[in-house]
Design a protein around this ligand. Structure first.
Ligand SMILES: CC(C)(COP(=O)(O)OP(=O)(O)OC[C@H]1O[C@@H](n2cnc3c(N)ncnc32)[C@H](O)[C@@H]1OP(=O)(O)O)[C@@H](O)C(=O)NCCC(=O)NCCS
Length: 179
């Protein structure tokens, strides 16, 4: 499923659209963007179209594009949603490197987390992030996520193994962080 429009102060989360496929292909071809992601290979245009179609119909996920002044700069989503036990995983990326460090990840996590708790009625969210991805950790922590574990030797990059932290936030922790 695609998520509805969620407006923040600088960015908004909006339903993904087909015309952004060339952007996604360029971002997945940029190793600076993918070096902190599990994704490693570059999809073809057709695969990306199919992915968008699957994402639209999949009932265990909600996806958005991240929009800055009308321009798509990345993507985010909730996935592996368990509607009975009310938990989900979450992830994001900003493909436009020029837009890093401007607070847009923090805003994205805040909008997505509020939607998960207030609109979907979820109770627990999880996210994982490489141990050296400090900007991602901070963006998650600002919305109440905290580190609960470490996946060792999780990603092999640049000739070495990298661990990843597992982050988690419960609804009441998010409410406390918001206050
Ligand atoms: C990781 C990523 C999402 C961060 O996005 P961003 O928009 O640059 O993050 P923000 O600007 O919201 O910064 C979040 C916090 O981290 C801090 N920060 C930013 N860059 C940092 C860095 N290199 N080192 C330490 N802290 C940093 C910011 O100051 C901010 O904290 P503050 O509000 O207390 O000042 C973005 O770099 C990205 O998409 N990278 C590639 C894909 C990826 O790693 N996705 C996440 C996979 S888990």
């Amino acid at each position: 499923m695609y998520g509805p429009i969620l407006r923040g102060q600088s960015i908004s989360l909006e339903p993904p659209r087909r015309e952004d496929i060339p952007l996604y292909l360029a971002w997945f071809a940029d190793t600076q963007v993918t070096r902190t992601l599990l994704a490693r290979f570059v999809p073809g245009e057709k695969q990306e179209e199919e992915w968008l179609e699957r994402a639209a119909s999949g009932e265990a996920q909600v996806f958005w594009r991240i929009v800055l002044q009308g321009r798509t700069i990345g993507g985010t989503g909730l996935h592996d949603i368990d509607w009975i036990n009310r938990h989900a995983s979450s992830g994001m990326f900003i493909g436009e490197r020029a837009e890093w460090g401007k607070g847009y990840a923090s805003e994205t996590v805040a909008l997505r987390t509020a939607y998960a708790f207030e609109e979907l009625g979820l109770e627990r969210l999880e996210s994982e992030s490489l141990v050296n991805n400090l900007a991602m950790h901070r963006a998650l922590q600002k919305s109440g996520y905290r580190e609960i574990g470490r996946r060792r030797r999780y990603i092999y990059r640049n000739g070495q193994w990298n661990d990843a932290f597992v982050f988690e936030v419960l609804r009441d922790e998010w409410e406390a962080a918001r206050r």
